[in-house]
Design a protein around this ligand. Structure first.
Ligand code: MG
Length: 374
């Protein structure tokens, strides 16, 4: 009894304290239809990468992004578009697209299906620009509801996957060094698709036995060569192969998937919801990225559809701030594998959000997508 009373006093004091101290993590406001307008603002920003990043097709040391904010009734939802150059969007295209978005005309901001369909219909393409609206709207709605999105979706925050950590193509010495620095991660991701493929894997295996996922970024052109490589990789603790061949070589990819001892995951070959049914017979699974599929709402639908077809699901990213990474992380309890290391690869993040702790995607209790400005 005494114990109960002490607990009661302690709990009461905590609540009293919480009431006195403003806490941006606990925001819950009633929604009154039609009395306020949403206001969209945005600015270009350039992410600095910690290391020059090389994949099969190019190298770079910066990534352009656009940071969006949607303000409504004193709350701000944050969003982001990230535009690695090879995907065709840029500061210029995203700013132009966003200048055509008018959110002030919507009375019910919960009407995500209609608002996002309208945004999608402004122009074809522009998936990152569209994602920057989708993410900011989700963040805003989550803040109005006072709940993180994993809760709104009914997901268990403890069921998040480990994230892989990417080791870019480099000299054996640098690869060994990067691998040692990545000791915290339970899965490494390796970019292959050049003549140094075996050397890359052997460099990593000379310092660690951590499981590896391989991303070829369409780099292998011959299906028999690809299958031989996959057999070789299968003996070296590799979990799956991402986009081994060009996305246009559909018959070769389907053959490879049928004969491969490892799952074949489509990335470049699968962009949006409408691509999944076609991808069903071509790949064992898909890599979903918010910047490819226009954001969280479509990503959720893609996961459900892919699962219903018995496909594996991976959640990936571009180099992004903690904004887009935290948005994707809300979905991560639903997927087999996560590759959400984008914010770890940059040196000038502007948000605090989802963390990677001992290699695991670790969600926080903040509402919306779980971020705050640094
Ligand atoms: Mg990939």
């Amino acid at each position: 009894m005494k114990q109960d009373r002490r607990d009661f006093i302690k709990t009461s004091a905590l609540f009293a304290g919480a009431a006195l101290v403003p806490n941006s993590d606990i925001i819950s406001k009633p929604f009154i239809k039609g009395t306020k307008k949403m206001k969209l603002t945005y600015r270009p920003y350039t992410l600095e990468l910690r290391h020059v990043f090389t994949i099969a097709s190019n190298s770079r040391s910066t990534t352009p992004v656009v940071l969006t904010e949607i303000e409504y009734d004193g709350l701000i939802g944050y969003g982001e578009a990230s535009m690695p150059p090879y995907l065709g969007e840029s500061h210029e295209t995203v700013l132009k697209f966003l200048s055509k978005v008018d959110l002030s005309k919507y009375d019910n901001i919960f009407d995500l299906e209609r608002i996002l369909s309208d945004v999608d219909a402004i122009e074809p393409g522009n998936p990152a620009a569209k994602a920057s609206i989708d993410i900011a709207l989700h963040d805003l709605i989550g803040k109005i509801m006072g709940q993180p999105w994993y809760n709104i979706w009914g997901l268990d925050k403890n069921k998040t996957p480990y994230t892989s950590f990417t080791i870019g193509i480099d000299t054996p010495e640098v690869v060994r060094q990067k691998t040692k620095e990545a000791g915290e991660y339970k899965i490494l991701k390796v970019k292959l698709g050049r003549e140094t493929d075996k050397e890359m894997i052997e460099s990593i295996r000379s310092v660690t036995n951590t499981p590896i996922t391989v991303d070829v970024n369409q780099g292998w052109k011959d299906k028999h060569f690809a299958l031989d490589m996959i057999h070789w990789l299968n003996e070296r603790k590799v979990l799956f192969i991402e986009q081994p061949m060009p996305k246009t070589q559909i018959d070769d990819l389907a053959w490879l998937t049928e004969n491969s001892p490892l799952p074949i995951i489509g990335d470049e070959g699968v962009q949006r919801l409408s691509d999944i049914v076609k991808a069903h017979k071509v790949y064992s699974g898909i890599n979903i990225k918010l910047m490819k599929c226009t954001g969280m709402r479509e990503a959720y639908k893609m996961i459900i559809l892919a699962r219903s077809l018995g496909m594996k699901v991976m959640l990936g990213c571009m180099t992004e701030t903690s904004c887009a990474i935290s948005a994707a992380s809300q979905l991560s309890p639903l997927v087999d594998w996560a590759d959400l290391d984008g914010a770890l690869l940059i040196s000038n993040d502007v948000y605090d959000g989802t963390k990677v702790i001992n290699g695991k995607v670790t969600l926080n209790n903040r509402p919306g997508i779980g971020i705050k400005k640094i």
